[in-house]
Design a binder for this molecule. Structure first.
Ligand code: SF4
Ligand code: SF4
Length: 314
């Protein structure tokens, strides 16, 4: 495994960050022992960095994994916007993962300089926790080029977690080149860079080799959060991220996997999922929800929002 320091934070992380969204209830819905077994397999390959978030509902999986590897580095995120919601989020995180401190805490899915300003109270809360030694580094995650540009004007945001992949699937307001330009500027300014969705949330699975070549070729990226739902995916990615040749049988099995969201036919047409989709990938047609797969990042947020539990990852 290759290891990098996350910008100027001093936090040492594996190039492969295990993204736990995919094992949670939004997607594969693995039990805690099932999820922890995947994480343990990744640890055996040298992975030391886990990504979670309050909304993912994978704190129990991370907690179990930390019993196996107590020194693993953990990144979490929340939508908190003021001091009270930030305090609640921090409490949930430390209690959820069973550790007094959080290595990396991020504001989740920020969109612009305006949303950063609107979260000032939460930012100040997390910066105080950092001064107290209870957070190792602070920053934000985003799907927006404009937000990355705005983050450059906030040196207190030490770690940035942008969406980047070969085709720009999921970037809300620009091209891969637009995002890369600002990632490079952030990296040069000493910010830690965690890339998300190297396979476009599943859309680039058929081009896995090229998509991984692209993301692994970016020296500006310190680590890459990658969701993994099977031992095959763990073994394959760990080999690729270590610069080794994956087992051809594993590669062949993975080549047959294709995931996508499915809105089931008993949709009630309430429109809740349309509002939950930050990628504007869902619209109402003839009274039921339809997904535009060219915009869908397979994040699963719509599935969580649906009161009828009508949306699945298949
Ligand atoms: S349609 Fe659902 S899974 Fe796709 S981007 Fe929107 S919220 Fe995420
Ligand atoms: S939230 Fe569920 S029931 Fe409502 S429109 Fe979307 S899929 Fe249909």
């Amino acid at each position: 495994m290759i290891y990098n320091t996350l910008g100027n934070t001093g936090i040492r992380v594996s190039k492969l960050c295990f993204g736990t969204l995919t094992m949670g209830p939004f997607q594969r819905n693995l039990t805690v022992p099932e999820g922890a077994a995947l994480l343990e397999r990744a640890f055996e390959h040298g992975v030391n960095f886990l990504d979670t978030a309050e909304i993912y509902e994978t704190y129990p999986h991370v907690r179990e994994a930390l019993r196996i590897k107590p020194d693993a580095v953990v990144c979490t995120k929340s939508y908190s916007y003021d001091a009270k919601t930030a305090e609640d989020s921090f409490k949930k995180a430390v209690e959820g993962i069973g550790r007094e401190y959080i290595d990396v805490f991020l504001l989740h899915e920020q969109e612009s300089g305006h949303t950063i300003r609107g979260h000032r109270e939460a930012i100040d809360f997390f910066l105080r926790k950092r001064e107290e030694g209870l957070i190792g580094a602070f920053g934000l995650s985003t799907h927006y080029v404009a937000c990355m540009e705005a983050a450059l004007r906030h040196p207190e945001l030490e770690v940035l977690f942008p969406l980047i992949n070969k085709k720009g699937v999921g970037i809300a307001d620009g091209t891969p080149d637009d995002m890369l330009r600002v990632i490079r500027a952030a990296h040069d300014a000493g910010r830690g860079i965690i890339a998300m969705k190297p396979l476009g949330g599943g859309h680039l699975i058929s081009e896995r080799e090229e998509a991984l070549d692209f993301i692994l070729g970016l020296d500006e990226v310190d680590t890459i959060a990658t969701g993994m739902q099977s031992f095959d995916e763990v073994d394959y990615n760990c080999a690729r991220f270590a610069g080794e040749e994956p087992d051809p049988a594993v590669a062949e099995r993975l080549g047959r996997v294709r995931r996508r969201m499915l809105i089931q036919e008993w949709c009630q047409g309430c429109g809740t999922c349309v509002k939950a989709c930050r990628n504007h990938a869902i619209s109402m047609e003839g009274g039921i929800a339809r997904i535009d797969y060219s915009k869908c990042a397979t994040c699963g947020y719509c599935a969580r929002a649906c009161p009828e539990f009508n949306i699945k990852v298949i």
